[in-house]
Design a protein around this ligand. Sequence first.
Ligand SMILES: *[C@@H]1O[C@H](CO)[C@@H](O)[C@H](O)[C@H]1NC(C)=O
Ligand SMILES: *[C@@H]1O[C@H](CO)[C@@H](O)[C@H](O)[C@H]1NC(C)=O
Ligand SMILES: *[C@@H]1O[C@H](CO)[C@@H](O)[C@H](O)[C@H]1NC(C)=O
Ligand SMILES: *[C@@H]1O[C@H](CO)[C@@H](O)[C@H](O)[C@H]1NC(C)=O
Length: 359
Amino acid sequence: MLAVLALVSVLVVVSGSSVCPCERPELCQPIGAERELEVFVFDVGGKQWKSYNWTVVTTVAAFGKFDAELMCYAHSKGARLVLKGDVPISSIVDRANRTAWITKQVNLAKSQFMDGINIDVEQAVDEGSPEYFALTDLVRETTEAFHREIPGSQVSFDVAWSPNCIDKRCYDYISIAKYSDLLFVMSYDEQSQIPGDCIAMANAPLNQTLKAYDDYLALNIDPKKIVMGVPWYGYDYPCVNLSQEGICYIPKVPFRGAPCSDAAGKQKPYRWIMKQLGSSSGRKWDDEQKAPYFYYKDQAGQTHQLWYDDPQSICAKANYVTSKGLRGIGMWNGNILDYSDDPVAQQQTTQMWNALFGC
Ligand SMILES: *[C@@H]1O[C@H](CO)[C@@H](O)[C@H](O)[C@H]1NC(C)=O
Ligand SMILES: *[C@@H]1O[C@H](CO)[C@@H](O)[C@H](O)[C@H]1NC(C)=O
Ligand SMILES: *[C@@H]1O[C@H](CO)[C@@H](O)[C@H](O)[C@H]1NC(C)=O
Ligand SMILES: *[C@@H]1O[C@H](CO)[C@@H](O)[C@H](O)[C@H]1NC(C)=O
């Protein structure tokens, strides 16, 4: 037992004083400078980051394995690399447990020369419950600890597309916004709870999306604390039947109190969607939801309806970032475009990045 304890403390000492893996030691310094527009990229691992548009990227949230090369590169471009933070909320109601979790994250970030943390707990919480208050305390204490230990670091928090208890996430959004550096609004998966007919719909219909930002702003949350999140993926739904008007009825999959959900579909990356578009009905445009979609038949002969976002639907959302003076924009996720050197793919990929800045 003693030997094990000794070993653990040696590891802690070693990781607390890691050697800078970058070619130039100054690249291990945390990024402190703020830029006018935040461009917040979720990265799920792999090397696609080499093809990101680094002129615009300001923060990369590392949801894959830590990649020292990415850290050095991001810093060379003045961009932050932040940790992913997730913890069962029931376990951090206990103050000592909460402090232990925060200390661990700060030490991990420091040992990897990272610039903050993105808190991504998407768990159901009842308003006024012990978890409700503990979550707010977690955000406040995490921000305090990061700002103290890593000067200039950033603590962000991922929120549902609307503040109205989506997926039973009834959090104290006002306080969470106040105590963190920014909220990343996940304006996607908006069909996770379908109340009416079980039909396929857009991942992030324009009006519903923008109305939800109005709701966040109506809580008096500072627009400079809000980053708009857009999807670089779509939903592929098998249709159990298709009406004459082309409405795709989907299997009933209940979710958090609703009878149907986008869980009846499969998430597909934009690069896959662009390939499938070639053997489909062709791109159609829904003028109510302001989103593209198409139909295709799979090998078993089943009809699918696929809803996605493309430069046209994204730029309409992105315009709101400028018109309301939000902090910035970002996407789930940076990896899922086609970064190959195929000329058609290259054009599609460039257009997706450029759509982030509106039209
Ligand atoms: C990167 O984004 C900027 C700003 O939108 C744009 O001017 C530039 O052309 C983009 N770079 C590439 C390689 O697409
Ligand atoms: C503290 O956290 C651990 C691990 O996350 C958990 O198993 C334990 O139940 C927690 N204790 C309390 C009192 O919440
Ligand atoms: C398709 O299925 C839905 C739900 O099961 C049903 O209400 C509807 O009438 C069906 N439509 C057609 C054209 O079969
Ligand atoms: C979307 O919102 C705009 C502005 O509020 C409104 O004029 C338009 O009718 C709405 N469109 C739909 C399809 O609801």
